[in-house]
Design a protein around this ligand. Structure first.
Ligand SMILES: Cc1ncc(C[n+]2csc(CCOP(=O)(O)OP(=O)(O)O)c2C)c(N)n1
Ligand SMILES: [Mg+2]
Length: 800
């Protein structure tokens, strides 16, 4: 038996048993979900059996031996059954959930931090994102430790188990480049090089591209190709010829021979190599020959254990581990095996080969060739399983009021910069926990003043040469380990994945950060899947998007965002706000800094029907348009309205004929329109909407509550609109898609006309564009006139 210098023969024997057990349990879990559990929708589960088998050995080596308690892992999505099986063997996953794999409340199809119970470190699912998450988590760990937090615990490695086809995703390359810039450490990517994607076999020689790519960016590359059986065979007569043959064998042929088995190997090798390898082949049975030829390093425990042990440094490392998709299963190597499922007959054969008795399929120690006590004792001392309960990160108090000096005329974007500047001047704890980041739009999103005070982060200090050379510059661009801004290259995917990593620091590092990321609003779409991913795994951050909409005017048609408000509403885990004024922004930002730290279980609030105690992330849609700021006192009621999503800027009278509801930068048009129609329509009201998202969510929740019998449930927007007479018309307006506010008419049954932007690309000054797209005051008045009976509105007649 082949040996490893880093594990005793006894322990290796146990690991081999566990490897078989992982393969069995993962395969059985999938089989059970398809063939045994009642599956009324008739949907079959593809993409798991072959993919899991490919990683079974590597995951056995890691989880039962090489990983340390401080390490964190992102598991390739389709290897989820392996992960759950491993946790089950360690006593951290239930049989019930395995039986319910992919079912309601069962173990998740793809490992999920939020939905699984077995301590998943990073969710995966959308390929490429979990991989990059490990890279950014390493940076987040460095950031936390450089600031002097969490240093009592040892540094962990962030490990990704990567499908080879995952490297087709562009975000991986963006991440590698950024990692190089930031001096990445403590990151392992283990590529499951099975040379198969979902559809087919991958291109020849891909490993060489990977190798040079990673080396170019400063990674250590370890190629794990041959297992210990093959290495031993290479020393036999003809062994070198065999090695050369394998090295030049096309991927497709290798896969096909794996699928066909021992007899096919014998025939092919004999044909190609003849007497050179005659004795090597003749001394093995078909089964032994098949075992030899599939003994790639990714299926060889001693080789893996030695390689992991030998990589004892903090340089980022890419392991390219040769594997076979479907290893150990009847469809091993077949190019169509991604969605392959074993038939019940095949499963019976497999079960028998695994020594598992019928009816005992879920038994943890069934079919093992070793004493259960020995295995139990081994499991009890597995290093990775020694990690205890996660340290619950403290919550950092945030002031109720953030100070800002209001200029008579200013934009929300300027206000944002001013508020952060004020925060930067304080010595409060929460200010120290804020970390900002931006993909090359730090200055243009107004983070400059903050960065001037708090500096840029890098593990090694770097001076601003302009400053040392005394060249005048507005911005101090100095890097140090104490800096609080992480400057990224222009890649919005990276921004969101970094926010995801920083926003999970409380869970991963046990140290809370308050991350704020800025970007231009339209480029949310560029990183949308990564944003969704960050929310899905419940990372907490504040996203500040500015400028936005057509209001960025001469900045150009290409940068206009229309759908962003709808994204804000629809994105689960993200509370979206679009304030018009800077005093609103200050209230929202203070709310947001507290909200991103909440994770309670409380019932929804009676006032709003929002579940604020559970917290979430926050998206602020800001603007560069300077607006005249209201001179007003921030009453408690006003503050509450701003946070809840809307307040009356002008309360409608009892006979109101029209209400204008606006959001964001079009406030002056809405205010003006209300003034212009005041003589011709009675009791006109003006509703300032600060969060269509929260209004809508509360409304939906209250309706559901009533349908379930809580007859008194009322949401904030229902209360706001309840006093309007039925004949009152609603005109809604925002610089974004009109559907964002169109639903307001359904709240209490009011006729509604919704103005907004449906087309884009026109450039010009704000008045030109507002007129062109129909969100200026004329358009609001015209809509009000069309919607409500009464005499023609004089102002419009005057215009006409
Ligand atoms: C962003 C995204 N696109 C497409 C998919 C569908 N998908 C799931 S796995 C997969 C390819 C799997 O190939 P590989 O990463 O090599 O893993 P293997 O199955 O070979 O282990 C694809 C295209 C996905 N999950 N995410
Ligand atoms: Mg693959």
């Amino acid at each position: 038996m082949t040996r490893s210098a880093h594990i005793s023969a006894d322990d290796l024997a146990i690991l081999r048993e566990l490897e078989r057990k992982v393969l069995w349990l993962a395969s059985w879990t999938i089989h059970h979900a398809n063939h045994i559990r009642e599956n009324s929708d008739g949907l079959k589960v593809g993409g798991h059996q072959a993919s899991s088998a490919s990683l079974a050995t590597i995951m056995t080596a890691l989880y039962f031996h090489s990983l340390r308690p401080q390490d964190r892992v992102a598991v390739k999505p389709h290897a989820s059954p392996n992960y759950h099986a491993i946790q089950y063997l360690l006593g951290r996953q239930t049989r019930e959930r395995l039986e319910g794999f992919r079912g309601y409340k069962g173990a998740q199809s793809y490992p999920s931090r939020t939905k699984d119970i077995d301590d998943v470190d990073f969710s995966t699912g959308s390929v490429g994102l979990g991989v990059a998450q490990t890279l950014f988590s390493s940076l987040a760990q460095d950031y936390v430790r450089a600031h002097g937090w969490g240093t009592e615990a040892p540094e962990g490695r962030m490990v990704a188990l990567v499908g080879d086809a995952e490297l087709d995703e562009g975000n991986i390359f963006e991440a590698i480049l950024e990692g190089w810039k930031q001096g990445l450490r403590n990151c392992w990517w283990i590529i499951d090089y099975n040379r198969q994607s979902l559809d087919a076999v991958v291109r020849e020689g891909l490993w060489a591209r990977f190798e040079s790519l990673f080396r170019d960016f400063g990674w250590n590359v370890v190629i794990l190709k041959y297992g210990s059986l093959l290495q031993a065979a290479f020393a036999e007569p003809g062994g070198e010829r065999l090695r050369a043959w394998i090295d030049s064998c096309p991927n497709q042929l290798y896969s096909a021979l794996v699928f066909q088995g021992g007899a096919a190997w014998r025939k092919r090798l004999t044909e190609d190599l003849g007497k050179d390898v005659a004795s090597l082949i003749a001394s093995r049975t078909d089964d032994e020959l098949a075992r030899l030829m599939t003994n790639l390093a990714g299926h060889d425990l001693p080789t893996l254990i030695d390689a992991f042990q030998a990589n004892d440094h903090d340089r980022p490392t890419c392991f390219i581990a040769y594997t076979i998709k479907g290893y150990g299963l009847p469809f091993a190597g077949h190019k169509d095996n991604h969605a392959g499922l074993m038939t019940p007959a095949q499963m019976d054969t497999f079960r028998a080969a695994m020594n598992v008795r019928q009816g005992q399929e879920w038994e943890r120690f069934e079919g093992l060739g070793l004493d259960a006590d020995r295995i139990e004792a081994f499991l009890g001392r597995v290093p990775f399983a020694q990690r205890g309960e996660r340290k619950a990160a403290q919550s950092i108090p945030v002031p109720d009021t953030l100070s800002v000096t209001l200029q008579p005329v200013m934009s929300t974007q300027t206000g944002f910069g001013a508020i952060l500047n004020e925060i930067a001047r304080t010595t409060d704890d929460y200010a120290a926990r804020i970390v900002t980041t931006s993909p090359d739009v730090t200055v243009s999103t107004n983070l400059g003043a903050w960065v001037n005070r708090r500096g840029l982060f890098a593990r090694e200090a770097m001076a601003d040469t302009f400053k040392s050379e005394r060249v005048p510059s507005t911005f101090n661009w100095e890097f140090s380990p104490k800096g609080q801004h992480i400057e990224l290259g222009i890649a919005e995917m990276n921004l969101f994945i970094l926010l995801s990593a920083l926003g999970l620091s409380h869970a991963i590092n046990g140290e809370r950060l308050l991350p704020i990321g800025t970007l231009y609003d339209p480029f949310i779409a560029r990183g949308l899947d990564a944003l969704n991913y960050a929310c899905y795994q419940d990372a907490r951050f504040i996203l500040v998007a500015t400028p936005s909409g057509i209001t960025l005017a001469p900045e150009g048609g290409a940068h206009q965002s229309i759908s962003a408000p709808l994204i804000g509403m629809a994105q689960d885990g993200l509370a979206a706000f679009e304030p018009a004024f800077v005093d609103e922004l200050a209230v929202i930002l203070s709310f947001a800094l507290a909200y991103i730290q909440k994770d309670g279980e409380a019932e929804p609030s009676d006032r709003t029907w929002l579940r604020d105690e559970t917290g979430g992330s926050v998206y602020l849609r800001l603007s560069t348009r300077p607006l005249e700021q209201p001179q007003r006192v921030m009453s408690e009621e006003l503050r509450q309205g701003i946070v809840d999503g809307a307040y009356w800027m002008r309360k409608p009278g009892p006979n109101a004929q029209v209400v204008v509801a606006y959001a964001g930068a079009v406030a002056p048009e809405a205010i003006q329109a209300v003034g212009l129609m005041a003589e011709d329509r009675r009791d006109v009201g003006l509703l300032a909407v600060t969060s269509a998202d929260r209004l809508n969510a509360g409304w939906t929740a209250a309706q559901r509550a009533r349908e379930r019998g809580l007859v008194h449930a009322r949401s904030h927007v229902e209360r706001l609109l309840s006093e309007l007479p039925p004949h009152c018309g609603l005109v809604t307006v925002l610089d974004g898609h009109p559907a964002t506010l169109a639903w307001l008419g359904a709240v209490a049954g009011h006729r509604t006309r919704s103005l907004g932007v449906e087309h884009f690309g026109q450039t010009g000054a704000i008045p030109d564009l507002y007129r062109h797209y129909g969100i200026d005051s004329d358009a609001i008045v015209a809509a009000a006139q069309a919607l409500t009976p009464g005499r023609p509105i004089r102002y419009l007649r005057a215009l006409g």
